[in-house]
Design a protein around this ligand. Sequence first.
Ligand SMILES: [Zn+2]
Ligand SMILES: [Zn+2]
Length: 330
Amino acid sequence: MVLEAAGQPLRERELPDPEPGEGQVLLEVSACGVCRTDLHVADGELPDPKLPLVLGHQIIGRVIGSGPAAGRFAEGDRVGVPWLGWTDGTCRYCRSGRENLCERAQFTGYQLDGGYAERAVADERYCFPIPAGYPDLQAAPLLCAGLIGFRSLRLAGDGERLGLYGFGASAHIICQVAVSQGRRVFALTREGDTEAQALARELGAEWAGAVGDPEASDLDAAIIFAPVGELVPEALRATAPGATVVCAGIHMSDIPSFPYELLWRERTVRSVANLTRRDGEEFMALAPTVPVDTQIQLYPLSAADLALNDLRHGRVRGAAVLSVGEPASG
Ligand SMILES: [Zn+2]
Ligand SMILES: [Zn+2]
């Protein structure tokens, strides 16, 4: 499924099989998660995507070939491909353990073709082995919703009372991780989104309700998953002194101005950008110990546009996943 220009629907196209280059593996894709970032790329909210482009950066596939100098995986190995697809390894960010900020980074499904396809190639150094207990479809959302959520949770600090703004793919995973760490989770959704609120309670949230409800206050930390700038002052208002508010998305509407009083008493507002390979390794080791149970809404590859549209309109429970090829099993 190909994005030919921003703002247009994806088109089903027959493309030649990609050739694995230096250090790359060729994958037969079995599943690919659908992320809000895909929607931002398709809508033209992120600048300069490769065009035409195959979206998708939560790829589960099996190795069916390797390019020159690629030897990390054997044929048949199951691997996951995340958003971080390549870094230069030499810039000041890479040299200081911050490859997520690499000046020349390339991202899967943005500058590199991704996983809304039957075949994909990926630099083997950025792929992850997938924990054995997860079937392909359930594993796919771990690769971005899980990983970026995990990085956001870590950057939110160790506070006990955690607010999650927006309860979609990422929040439904991170809620489980946070509860397993003994935190108290408050899930804040759009008013009337009783389905997301019910899911939050099912997954261990102590409280779920609408944004602005005074029941969710005095929070030690908040993570904003919804791409809505108004939520930043809103979340600050609901936090305790010293709290951190983490903006977890790659794109957000403008943040309205707000009184300094909301930030006063050492509150912090910060963003989270991308992932490092270390985040991935740590999260893939952690997920089965929680254990994180991903709830998925399944679409065939050819319905990728429908999946994006459902995501746009808040009609996805848990994480949307594309099933590619034969029905996948563990
Ligand atoms: Zn770099
Ligand atoms: Zn993503």
